[in-house]
Design a protein around this ligand. Structure first.
Ligand SMILES: Cc1cc2nc3c(=O)[nH]c(=O)nc-3n(C[C@H](O)[C@H](O)[C@H](O)COP(=O)(O)O)c2cc1C
Length: 337
């Protein structure tokens, strides 16, 4: 008999029907893409990392501002979390308070970003080098949530540690939970690994046994089978698709099918391209046609991965400047996308 691997998740006061999440992915998880993933069954989505310093410098009021498009909830997004990054507890608290107008279902704190521009300010994965400060950041954001956001849960996404010599997810997670974190997402690579090497899922399995809050696993989830294996091997409460969802939002539907029925139907290239085209239309409504067409070039690199004549199609799509051009190119190759 199948274990109940697809199940509800309780994150503080937030009840979710299922445990398949879309990870924060800078440059990809805008609300157009999040919306397509929700259609396919993502139970919780995350915005990409948003700078707390930028938020308080110029609070985003204008909806045409690209950051506003990142922050806004899509129409079908019942639950979404906004991810903030920053190292200054006071600034993080003030930025969190400003999120009230977007009514996020949760606020996530980024303690995993490896990018130099972010870590040199002490934020992202550098927060793990100073666990006491991570605790202060969580406490400040949790306080803002209590005062301004009806106490939506505050969660933390971290890595295993800074490098192989300083694996400290246990200590960081304990401090974060003591400071008020209601969920820990663990991308089980170190900062030094970046996105290469293998994600060490034994860290996820270990953390599950050490904190009293749900642990969400992240790292090397490229197929429904990977998600099933992570849930079985680590006992994590939820899984978070990142690169595996890029160009393949159907991974949510397929994983739910696999977990609940033991098998799933694969989604072909035509379906994926049609999803990409719909994403283009949604994005265009948010940021305008020209910007959306440029932005979708990299997304179509993902949508065309692994499909017949994908490289050829990719070469043509990267020059498309208008929606009509995208349509022409996609229809020529796929009469019924
Ligand atoms: C291009 C890219 C952008 C990312 N942006 C973020 C981000 O904004 N916030 C975050 O917490 N993690 C970010 N991540 C990390 C992912 O959420 C995820 O933890 C990581 O990719 C591991 O999962 P995977 O191996 O299944 O892709 C990003 C990853 C990639 C590849």
């Amino acid at each position: 008999m199948l274990m109940q691997l697809y199940h509800s998740v309780q994150i503080g006061g937030l009840s979710l029907e299922g445990n398949l999440f879309l990870a924060p992915v800078a440059g990809y998880s805008d609300r157009a893409f999040r919306s397509i993933c929700v259609e396919q069954g993502a139970n919780l989505t995350f915005t990409e990392l948003i700078s707390s310093e930028a938020m308080i410098r110029s609070p985003v009021c204008n909806e045409k501002n690209p950051t506003a498009a990142l922050l806004m909830r899509s129409d079908n997004e019942a639950y979404y979390s906004i991810q903030l990054f920053g190292a200054n507890p006071e600034v993080m608290g003030r930025a969190a308070a400003l999120l009230a107008r977007w009514k996020p279902s949760a606020i996530d704190i980024n303690a995993g970003c490896p990018v130099p521009k972010v870590v040199k300010t002490g934020a992202g994965s550098a927060l793990m080098k100073n666990p006491a400060n991570l605790g202060r950041v969580v406490e400040s954001v949790a306080g803002a949530s209590q005062t301004y956001l009806e106490n939506v849960p505050v969660t933390v996404k971290m890595r295993s540690g800074w490098d192989a010599e300083s694996i400290n997810y246990r200590e960081c997670a304990r401090i974060a939970v003591e400071a008020g974190a209601a969920m820990i997402s663990l991308h089980s690579r170190t900062r030094s690994q970046g996105y290469s090497g293998k994600s060490d899922w034994t860290h996820i399995a270990d953390l599950v046994t050490r904190v009293p809050v749900p642990v969400t696993g992240s790292g090397d989830l490229f197929s429904p089978e990977d998600a099933q294996r992570m849930l079985e091997e680590t006992g994590c409460a939820a899984v978070m698709f990142a690169r595996g969802a890029m160009g393949n939002p159907f991974i949510f539907a397929s994983t739910k099918e696999l977990l609940t029925k033991g098998a799933y139907t694969a989604h072909g290239g035509a379906e994926r391209l049609a999803a990409g085209f719909r994403q283009l239309l949604l994005l265009s409504a948010d940021i305008g046609e020209g910007a959306a067409c440029r932005e979708m070039r990299k997304q179509f690199c993902a949508y065309t991965r692994g499909i017949p004549q994908g490289a050829e199609l990719r070469n043509r799509l990267v020059h498309a400047e208008t929606i009509a051009e995208y349509k022409r190119i996609l229809e020529r190759d796929n009469p019924r996308p």
